[in-house]
Design a protein around this ligand. Structure first.
Ligand SMILES: NC(=O)c1ccc[n+]([C@@H]2O[C@H](COP(=O)([O-])OP(=O)(O)OC[C@H]3O[C@@H](n4cnc5c(N)ncnc54)[C@H](OP(=O)(O)O)[C@@H]3O)[C@@H](O)[C@H]2O)c1
Length: 282
């Protein structure tokens, strides 16, 4: 087990991307409330002014676009100048693209990878030298239930989250000997502005029976079908504090149900085709 607690008597230093809204903002608030210092990154940071007033001197609101490597490096430098260390990196900034795989344009597909995957890499490249230097730290990788499954309409969003999951498994093994922990955060649908920030693909009628059906069912969900972002943030904080965090933190009852079904289906396929699988050995 890795002990990622900062030296005794000091509060943790956080670097949270997408800290201005939704799950990220609630995480920023939860960390500030427990006495930590937080650098919150977003393109627009006005939404953090109230937290700056409530927690004077402990919030660093940094305007940066995660797609811009230099801007991210600048934000990390400001954070270490102010806090002296970074204990927790929350790679949380992201947005969704909705539409069938074929419906999404090349530009839309590349744009969502730019933020959700290459933005994550920009943050990792900028923060890991700090964490490696400390020989401690916890990286929270913003995934989703769509990091392990993908219903119609979320293929490209899921592709970005699967990419984050793939890199994070390797990253975790690479960083473990250096005292750094990696946790993938996998929320189910959560009541944040995420759905109103979705990019939509143009529609092709042939996908109405699948993609639009999913879209309609999402649109008709009652409020109680969504996770509470305050509870999600608290659950993430609890995992950070636990001393023994999971590789994957599923958030929400629906996440547990859907992930269990997806994993069971995968195992069933592996079992059903095991003879063929083994049959190709030389
Ligand atoms: N809500 C859900 O149902 C749900 C479910 C599973 C996973 N997630 C994941 O949870 C994470 C947070 O989403 P949320 O629900 O809290 O959505 P949200 O309320 O829309 O928040 C997204 C945050 O990311 C920031 N952001 C977006 N693009 C950025 C960029 N290029 N550079 C810097 N910051 C950027 C936004 O601020 P600016 O626009 O000011 O930059 C905002 O602070 C995302 O990775 C999302 O995929 C959400």
């Amino acid at each position: 087990m890795t002990d990622n607690t900062p030296p005794s008597g000091t509060s943790r230093g956080w670097f949270v991307t997408g800290g201005s809204s939704g799950i990220g903002r609630e995480l920023v608030l939860a960390a500030l409330t427990r006495g930590d210092r937080v650098a919150a990154v977003a393109r627009r940071v006005d939404a953090l002014a109230d937290l700056d007033e409530r927690f004077p001197g402990r919030l660093l609101a940094l305007a940066a676009d995660v797609r811009d490597q230099d801007a991210v490096r600048g934000a990390v430098d400001e954070t270490t100048d102010r806090f002296g260390r970074i204990d927790v990196v929350a790679n949380n900034a992201g947005y969704g693209l909705f539409g069938a795989v074929e419906e999404s344009t090349d530009a839309q597909a590349r744009a969502v990878f730019d933020t959700n995957v290459f933005g994550v890499l920009n943050v990792l490249r900028a923060t890991l030298p700090v964490l490696r230097g400390q020989r401690s730290g916890h990286i929270l990788q913003g995934s989703s239930i769509y990091g392990q499954l993908a219903p119609p309409g979320v293929g490209l969003l899921a592709a970005t989250k699967h990419a984050v999951e793939g890199m994070s498994d390797a990253l975790a093994a690479e960083l473990a000997p250096l005292g750094i922990t990696v946790t993938l955060v996998e929320p189910a649908l959560t009541a944040t502005p995420f759905l109103s920030n979705l990019d939509f693909a143009e529609t092709i009628e042939d996908y109405d029976q699948t993609v639009r059906t999913v879209q309609e069912s999402l649109g008709g969900l009652p409020p109680e079908a969504f996770c509470d972002p305050v509870r999600a943030a608290q659950a993430i904080l609890n995992a950070v504090d636990s001393g023994n965090p999971p590789r994957r933190l599923a958030l929400g009852r629906q996440a547990e149900i859907d992930l269990r079904a997806a994993l069971t289906d995968r195992l069933k396929d592996l079992d059903r085709w095991a003879e063929t699988t083994r049959g190709v050995d030389s």
